[in-house]
Design a protein around this ligand. Structure first.
Ligand code: SAH
Length: 516
């Protein structure tokens, strides 16, 4: 056994924060990205795991043998064993690992075993609730202290008794974790020991996410308010005068897509930015990649095209997607060549994202349409430039032939398949269940292909919901809208700008209309 190296811990006790991925610390993201094993608590939101090393083994403690407290020796054992084996192990917990997270016990077990570790703090639920509900946990006029309290201990439990008398006279804000299921007992204890029944109080569920829900009232009425609003555990109880100073809608609850459920269907590797933008607007985002991008079945034609480009046999290379740019440039690199092999060829991009992809390689598009980011727009923009020239279209294995046909009238045009698009809607996909149950309001459709693929997987129940307008289809362009209508479905909105941002804008408009 090699000696543990304290400067190079292999086990990380990491706080995942309260649920909003943006609240993860940089250090947490760093160690997640290089973890070999991630052992996570059930309350850790799945979105956080997206940020992990894709090759990491991910184990939820729920799936370990044993019932709740019996799992702990088992968890310690795994941390010690894997730590000793030199694996990078991330023990991921909701909020902060040392606030009602048993992180202390795990650290102790590692210390006794001589396994190096590091503790990465996280934003604890109380702090997230404060920020996302706009309740100042301390306030110069109303609260000089904050207490983090567990509501999990029964008052009649011997030994670890919470001092309700002290809590009732505590000169500040009480943040009670794990207390929702025992709310009546908690309120009764506080009132019994002299807490003012009119003390402002709130409960919040899933603070910091698009699912955040809260109620606020006087302490004596908190259980009734909770029941009427249908709030359930887990939730955080906040008691104290600052609660009364919360605005009716916090900055977060006022976001245009707050609480709206939106489906993103872009391929997994391209969905990230759109998902983040929607989440920043307050949405609850579901994902189901309806197509995947793969290497072309045959690189022969791509290699030939790259050779021809190098020999200046093409005047233009036209890209109709960022995927196409990356595919061609990656292949160039794989062949051991570099940008010089593109020589003086001119480049065209269908829209700003495709042009951005070129910029990543320090290449500038010579032509990008001004406003209409579609094949039609690209034809209009290119036609004046390409008369009598040789034009190569770098494209997917399938797609429209409009560019070839239209540009073919004025230029010598050929197409080369630089990547393959593969349908990827699994009939058993969990997202279809959410759609069936009416839990998703907006479906974003970024291409005709994705639309056909996804709608093709709908059953009667989902279909009926779409026809009744309960589920709304948002198309990136008139072209995609047409594909949707041809399949017999209504289109709730079409983007004005044919980009992911345009799609998001269309969803925001629909949500405003929904809100009336
Ligand atoms: N270590 C965690 C707490 C774990 S105990 C932390 O620092 O936040 C679990 C309790 O935390 C839940 O019962 C609930 O009271 C609270 N909690 C965790 N995340 C929450 C959230 N997003 N919104 C409201 N309460 C939350």
């Amino acid at each position: 056994m090699s000696l543990p190296d304290p400067a190079n811990p292999t086990v990380f006790l990491v706080g995942a924060g309260p649920g909003n991925p943006g609240l993860l610390t940089l250090r947490a993201a760093e160690v997640l990205a290089r973890a070999d094993l991630i052992l996570y608590d059930q309350l850790v939101p799945p979105r956080i795991l997206d940020l992990a090393n894709p090759a990491a083994e991910k184990v939820c403690v729920r799936d370990l043998p044993g019932q709740h407290p019996d799992k702990y020796p088992h968890i310690h054992q795994i941390l010690i064993e894997k730590g000793r084996a030199g694996k990078t192990v991330v023990r991921l917990k909701g909020g902060d690992p040392l606030v009602f997270g048993r992180g202390g016990e795990e650290a102790e077990a590692l210390r006794s075993a001589g396994v190096g570790y590091e503790i990465v703090p996280g934003v604890t639920a109380a702090l997230a609730a404060g920020a996302f509900l706009e309740i100042p946990l301390t306030h110069r006029n109303y609260a000089s202290a904050v207490a983090f309290v567990t509501g999990h201990e029964l008052p009649n439990k011997t030994g670890n008794l919470l001092d309700w008398k002290a809590l009732a006279v505590f000169p500040g804000t009480l943040c009670i974790y794990m207390g929702v299921a025992r709310l009546p007992v908690i309120v009764a204890e506080l009132l019994k020991h002299g807490k003012d029944p009119d003390t402002p109080a709130a409960i919040v569920e899933r603070a910091s996410t698009g699912d955040q829900r809260a109620v606020q009232t006087r302490l004596a009425d908190l259980e009734d308010a909770r029941r009427n609003a249908g709030l359930e555990a887990p939730g955080l109880i906040i008691i104290g005068d600052p609660v009364a100073h919360r605005p009716p809608h916090s900055w977060w609850e006022a976001r245009p897509l707050f609480g709206r459920r939106v489906l993103v269907t872009r391929p997994a590797h391209q969905a990230g930015e759109m998902v983040r933008k929607l989440e920043h607007l307050g949405a609850v985002v579901y994902r189901m990649p309806a197509v995947e991008v793969r290497e072309p079945a045959d690189f022969g034609p791509v290699d030939l095209a790259l050779d021809q480009i190098r020999r200046a046999e093409w005047d233009w290379v036209v890209f109709t997607s960022a995927n196409g740019v990356h595919a061609l440039l990656r292949r160039l690199d794989a062949l051991g060549r570099d940008l010089r092999a593109l020589g003086g060829v001119k480049l065209a991009a269908i829209g700003p994202k495709t042009a951005d992809a070129l910029r990543e390689y320090r290449l500038r598009a010579d032509v990008v349409p001004d406003a209409t980011f579609s094949s039609e727009g690209l034809v209009a923009a290119l036609r004046p430039h390409v008369g009598g020239t040789r034009v190569l279209l770098a494209r997917a294995n399938r797609g429209r032939d409009l560019l070839r046909d239209e540009l073919g009238r004025v230029a010598a045009v050929e197409q080369v398949t630089v990547y393959d698009q593969v349908d990827s809607v699994a009939p058993g996909a969990g997202v279809l269940d959410h759609l069936r149950r009416g839990e998703i309001r907006y479906i974003t459709l970024p291409s005709s292909r994705i639309a056909q693929n996804l709608l093709g997987a709908f059953d009667e129940t989902i279909r009926d919901r779409v026809i009744r307008g309960e589920v709304q289809l948002v198309a990136i362009s008139p072209e995609t809208g047409k594909a949707v209508r041809e399949m017999g479905y209504p289109v709730a909105a079409e983007a004005i700008e044919f980009t992911a941002d345009g799609l998001i804008e269309a969803v925001v408009k629909l949500a405003r209309r929904d809100a009336g």
